[in-house]
Design a binder for this molecule. Structure first.
Ligand SMILES: [Zn+2]
Length: 172
């Protein structure tokens, strides 16, 4: 059986035109390089770039540090299994199994999906001392994090729904 599998793979490769494999891997690598360039460049993008890319509501939240009106937006009560991504750049930010109902009116999470995907910044606006949560890829404002979370992490990531997109488990 093992031997037959090897033969099958070899036949498959031989049936391809000789340059196909080379061309597709070249394209693949080019795409990765392009993606990396785009990611590192996103923080330098102009206001007009984001105005074109985002809805007015998303722009106000992500680029002007706006705050959603509490108890609005479809993601607040979303209980589907999946991943919450940055609405501006698609970076995966939060998993559905860390989402909880904080009663605050904003989508709340007990932890981030990957530490490197967000940045935390001191925020003293409005006479308050808060910790701002920012997308590490595009610099977009997401919300704030507080140390009064009800779960073992003790964290409450209070995130604007307009700053997020949702990918259900079936679509990932
Ligand atoms: Zn982003």
């Amino acid at each position: 059986m093992y031997h037959r599998n090897i033969v099958d793979v070899t036949r498959f490769k031989l049936s391809l035109p000789c340059d196909v494999e080379h061309v597709s891997s070249f394209r693949f690598l080019s795409r990765i390089r392009y993606t990396k360039w785009t990611m590192s460049d996103l923080k330098q993008k102009s206001d007009s770039y984001w105005k074109e890319k985002l809805t007015l509501e998303q722009y106000k939240t992500l680029r002007e540090k706006g705050t959603d009106i509490p108890f609005t937006g479809s993601l607040l009560r979303n209980k589907e299994s999946g991943i919450y991504t940055c609405a501006a750049c698609g970076t995966p930010l939060f998993a559905s199994d860390t989402k909880f109902d904080s009663g605050s009116g904003w989508p709340s999470f007990s932890d981030v999906l990957e530490k490197g995907n967000i940045e935390l910044k001191e925020d003293h606006t409005g006479g308050m001392n808060r910790t701002e949560v920012v997308c590490a890829t595009c610099g977009g404002h997401l919300g704030h994090v507080f140390n009064d979370g009800p779960t073992s992490t003790g964290q409450r990531y209070c995130i604007n729904g307009t700053a997020l997109n949702f990918k259900s488990r079936g679509n990932t």
